[in-house]
Write a protein that binds this ligand. Sequence first.
Ligand code: FRU
Length: 486
Amino acid sequence: VVPTPQWRPRYHFTPEKNWTNDPNGLLFLNGEFQLYYQHNPFENKWGHMSWGHATSKDLIQWNYLPVAIPEVVTKDTTTWIYSGSAVVDKNNTSGFGTTEKPPIVAIFTADQPKQHKESQFIAYSNDNGMSYKMYSGNPVIDLNKSDFRDPNVFWSEQSKQWVMTVSMVNEHMVRFYGSKDLKTWTKLSDFGPAGYTKNGWECPSLLPLTVDDDPKKIKWVLFVSSGGDHGPLIQYFVGDFDGTTFKDDNNGEKVLPVDYGDAFYAAIAWRDAPQNKKILLGWIQDGRKETYPWKGQMSIPHDLSLRTTDNGLRLRQLPSSIATQNLSKYATGKTLLKKNLKIEDTRISLNKERPFSGNSYWIDAEFDVSKAKKTGFYIVENPDVTKNIIVAYDSEKKQLYVDCGNAEAGNKSRENLIQAAPMKDENGIIKIQILVDNSSLEVFGNDGEKVISTMIYPDINATSLWVFTEGKSVLKNLKLWDFSQK
Ligand code: FRU
């Protein structure tokens, strides 16, 4: 196996070694973000599913901790620890701790491959989430099903109980359960089938989000992951929740994608972050190339809210301000700044002014595109200018897009060479944030109105970066933080 340090992200989470997929059990505890994650502790591929563990103060730099919940293997049964959530049981409703020392309770799917069975288990921690003991009364929910998974639990003020969303995978339904003590669960309601139903539903979660930055205006958003037509898809539904039942405003008529790329999946949120933020974290996945000695990474965390649009309430996602506040601390060299640069039918190199020309950087750009056809960047271009990826805005099609047609040809499936999201300029102005981190690319358009996330595998010397315009544009503002090293 060939090590691939050139593809190791610098400001995104990757396991120190071996496999990860979904984020699990996101908690904010004593000033630290806890991240558990689907992990194979032994191999660089999916298997031996366990909960890996890491913590971070700023959502950029992560400390690796020992596996928190390992697989359980006995003579007859292998129990894999699939995706789920964790809660701080402040009032010790479960009785697994005390009110002075509240337990942390993890709620997850136990997958038993030999029995073809999935049921919901709980485990508790009395040492701040470092290690967990299995509850002796497991399973806590068992429907004798093979595909029933990914419980996500929160405290409902409306119905004064714990509420769980869990996926009836093949029925394309989210089942809601309620509990007073996290051990005994009663069915509350079902949601679905609705929206996108061509593939199984996984990783449901329901979040209260503020509308138009008004802390008093709350709507509920239900997220569901499922394989889409061109790779993974997470769809969302906006509606109301009364403590037992979720009602979708759109009756599931439209499919609303969280991300327009081909890689963002299985996202869940930190619900208890400072300033009442809801912060979404997804797994960025792609099976096209091996990376070693790790495989899989997490997205940049997204601060979530809703905004009113002509089409109704829509999700707004920005790179979490907790991460962005700390960016300059990790940047290498000076931040590159530009203002009011006129560009007409040309490309301008941004490499000369960058301290190091690697592929870990972050761009915030604002353009006037009123006289442009296409405006944006060529990234990860090789020295002989034959390969690159285009991240740009198409003023005619009114689309934000990522075009991998000139990159790694043959690697991406044909449908995924161009990934695009509908987006309008505002009085001729568009904003683009581009997060390039060695093997991931995340593009946020117009202050988080649209997001495109994908994986990239640039050659080691393909580090050129250009700004370009077809037609005329003005680059009104550019900031570039570099995280590449010498
Ligand atoms: C989503 C998923 C979950 C499951 C986990 C297993 O990627 O399939 O439904 O719990 O991965 O690793």
